[in-house]
Structures are given as C-alpha cells and as structure tokens.
Design a protein around this ligand. Sequence first.
Ligand SMILES: [Zn+2]
Length: 171
Amino acid sequence: MSTQPHTDGAFDDLLAANAAYAKEFTFEGFDGVAKAGVAIVTCMDSRIDPLRMLGLKHGDAKIFRNPGGRVTDAALEALVLGSHLLNVDRVVIAPHTHCAMASSSEADLRRRVGDSAGQDATWQRFHVVEDQMQALREDISRVCAHPLIPDSVEVGGFLYHVNSGELEPVV
Ligand SMILES: [Zn+2]
C-alpha cells in the first residue's frame, strides 16, 4: 500500500490558518539559537506543550520529540549541534506519565498497528520502554557521557505528569 501525495483541499484549513499567522508574523530576522539556552527532549504526545510547561516562549528552546521522549542517536545529534552552535547550556529530558511507549509491549504495539494497517507489522520496531525511570536515567547518562557535549551543559531528567502539568525531577 503506497501513500499518495496530498489530495486537493486536504491542507486548506491549515494553510488558511498559516496565511493569518504570516500576516501577523513578527519574527522576521529572528535567529535560530535557543534564546533561553534550553533544549528539550520529550515525547510526541499531544498532551505535552513543551514551551509552556517550562514558562518559555517562541525562540527560547530547541525541541526534539519522538515516541517516548528518548535520547536516541538523532536526539544526541541535535544536542551536540545545540550545545555548540545554538546556545544550549541546559538540557531537559522529559518523558511522561501514561505514555503508550512505556505502558505497551513491543508485541502489543505491533499487533495494534498490524490490525489498523490490515497487514503484518511485526517487522516494525517501536523502542518500547520497560522501566521508564531506568530508561530516563540511562538517557541522562547518554547525554552526560557524550564526548562532544560539554561538561558545562546541565542535564536534568523529569517525569511530566500529563494530568497535573507537573514535572517531577528524577533522582
Ligand atoms: Zn508518550
């Protein structure tokens, strides 16, 4: 089954909203550094509003998201660039409560995706997390141990509670 390029009209609402956004746009000439020196690694979950949960605004942070909010190789790539070229001196790693990546098994996700797709999905990897706090500690270590991320960069791990908005520091 192949995916087709978009059909006419599929993005009309978004493009209309963009036109209004562009009309009011005030960030011309804004550079791409993290103005508050913050990089955030978090989950793709739509319950998370990474900037607002930290009191940050447009331009303040570099944000890297994936299922589970894991420090993957691609996340490390972003953090190396961020810490050397984009003003990042603090890294917030924030997985969250009720994350499907931490409450499902790999087999379960493959089965559910397979059911939805109507075809075999057992070959697709999802990087499920068995112990979320242990995974977070490992992710903090991966950043701290990276030879190209300076020791001066502060790395914090927090569990984001999706039903209260609180960030719980990992100890
Ligand atoms: Zn999640």
